[in-house]
Every structure is written in structure tokens, then in C-alpha cells.
Design a protein around this ligand. Structure first.
Ligand code: KIV
Length: 294
């Protein structure tokens, strides 16, 4: 069944949980589509996972479009959301609509996601008015890392908890059809999910959300260093890949690979003629034309 804004909303109404993962390339997109994941996010986390930056701030609209278009070619039924990177919507409502439009037209996304609550309601209203569905993102918003002073759980005191609840209400009223809650205490996220009509998608926000999202390299265990508390490793692909790379390196060096079954054959008469040609021909290199002349 094709996932759309309507089916995702219906899942919340029926109490069915929504699965979402980040994705950045065609091959992985095909696997997620086959696995039946409901929605894919081209997260600006690609700045870290695909480009090696230390945060999401340097990511551009062109970066997101490049990865989004690749992923879109692997999808049939999975819903595709593209992140709006830092400074692609904060500068003005016009910039927000223009850049959201590029993610749809050039990236082939079906919706865009942007960070912020009450402060970005004008952008959300204008983008939805252009018939582009919007996913809001509140709680910990990584594009605000410099303002937050680091990646920390949000909403632990009364003032901040009420602010996150009010942000959730504000983005829903502005027209967002879904909202991501990042690093919010479970009870607060559960309360917000009950208060809102639109689906909530949690990351580090507990089981009371209407769905979950994870960065796919995190859930596949592809990073050996830091593992955030909210991440579960569903596989240990990083170790498997490293072992495969080591085995390849060893077999290339020992000449165990390629073996007979990997090689292409040639008739012995053809090879005999080639060898005769070598033995009877003097080769010279014409440096001017870069051609090998007999
Ligand atoms: O960029 C991203 O991957 C995200 C998720 C963490 C929700 O925004």
C-alpha cells in the first residue's frame, strides 16, 4: 500500500505505529522499501553520516537534493520526506517556500521537514499554502546546537516542558501534518502525542509517540564510537563490513581472489595468435599522438 499523508494520519487514528528511518542512497532505499518501512527521511544528519562534518550546519539544499533524488529512484510505496537544511528557511518565508519547492521538484520528496516551533509558524503556513506537506521538528533541534550549547535532553523543567507542548500545538495549528519530537522525556512526549491530532514521530522520546525514526547507520551499528542512549543496534553491520574488507584485503594479497569461477575464458587458438603477434611485432610509442603503433 502506498504511504501518503492520508494513510499516515489514518495510522495514528487506528493506533498503528509509523516506522521511519533516515536514508541517503538508492541501494539502501531499495532495501527499506522491500522491508515495508512507512517513511524515509533524507535527514540533514547526512552532513555527519555521509559527508563527515561534525554537525548538520554546513549541509546545503543541493546536498539534500542530491541524496533525495537518489533515494526517490528506489521507492514505490514508502513516503519520502526531505529535511530543510540550516538557513534554507530561517532567512525569510519566501526562501522557505522556494527551497521547499526545490526539494519537491528536484529531489522528488513528498514532504519537507523543518526545525522549530512557534518561531517558524509563518514558514509552515506559507509552505503548506503552496500545497507542500510539512513535518515539524521540535524538542532537541540539532540546527540550534550553538544556541543550546550541545546535544541535551529538552523539556526537563516546567518552563521548557510547557514551551515544547506549546510548540507542538503551534506547528499543528500552522498546518504541519506530522511532528518529530527529539530527545524529549517519555511522559511529556506521550502527553503531546495524546494532545495532538497529527502523528508524532519520536527519536529519543519513548514509546508513547505515534511512530519512531532513527538514523540508519545508528540502528545498523555502523559506528563503533559513541552510541546515544536512545539508539538500539538492530544489527552489527559495521563489524560485518570491516571483517569483509579485511577478508578481501587478505585474499587479494594471497591471490585466493579472484578464483577460477570469477574469471572469463578465451579460446586457446586466440591466445596463441596474440602471443605470436607479440613475438613478431616491434611496438613503439608515438608520444605526440599518444597511440601505440606497430
Ligand atoms: O537529520 C536527521 O536525521 C533528523 C532525525 C534525527 C530526525 O532530523
Amino acid at each position: 500500500m502506498k504511504n501518503t499523508v492520508t494513510t499516515l494520519q489514518a495510522m495514528k487514528t487506528k493506533g498503528e505505529k509509523i516506522s521511519m528511518l533516515t536514508c541517503y542512497d538508492y541501494t539502501t532505499a531499495c532495501l527499506m522499501e522491500e522491508a515495508g518501512i512507512n517513511a524515509i527521511l533524507i535527514g540533514d544528519s547526512l552532513g555527519m553520516t555521509m559527508m563527515g562534518y561534525s554537525d548538520t550546519l554546513p549541509v546545503t539544499v543541493d546536498d539534500i537534493i542530491h541524496h533525495c533524488a537518489s533515494v526517490s529512484r528506489g521507492l514505490k510505496d514508502t513516503f519520502l520526506v526531505a529535511d530543510m537544511p540550516f538557513m534554507s528557511y530561517q532567512t525569510s518565508v519566501e526562501d522557505a517556500v522556494r527551497n521547499a519547492g526545490r526539494l519537491i521538484k528536484e529531489g522528488h520528496a513528498q514532504a519537507v521537514k523543518l526545525e522549530g516551533g512557534a518561531t517558524v509558524v509563518e514558514q509552515i503556513k506559507a509552505i503548506t499554502k503552496a500545497d507542500i506537506p510539512v513535518v515539524a521538528h521540535i524538542g532537541l533541534t540539532p540546527q540550534s546546537i550553538n544556541a543550546f550549547g550541545g546535544f541535551k535532553v529538552q523539556g526537563k523543567n516546567v518552563e521548557r516542558a510547557i514551551q515544547i507542548l506549546e510548540d507542538a500545538k503551534a506547528v499543528e495549528a500552522a498546518g504541519a501534518f506530522m511532528v518529530t519530537l527529539e530527545c524529549v522525556p517519555e511522559e511529556l512526549a506521550t502527553l503531546i502525542s495524546k494532545e495532538l491530532t497529527i502523528p508524532t514521530i519520536g527519536i529519543g522520546a519513548g514509546n508513547g509517540c505515534d511512530g519512531q525514526v532513527l538514523v540508519y547507520q545508528d540502528m545498523l551499528g555502523m559506528f563503533s564510537g559513541f552510541k546515544p542512549k536512545f539508539v538500539k543496534h538492530f544489527a552489527n553491520i559495521g563489524e560485518d563490513m570491516k571483517n569483509a574488507f579485511k577478508a578481501y584485503d587478505a585474499e587479494v594479497k594471497s591471490q585466493a581472489f579472484p578464483a577460477a569461477e570469477h574469471n572469463f575464458a578465451i579460446d586457446s587458438e586466440v591466445m596463441a595468435e596474440v602471443e605470436k603477434h607479440i613475438n613478431t611485432t616491434e611496438f613503439t610509442v608515438n608520444l605526440d599522438s599518444d597511440k601505440v603503433l606497430a
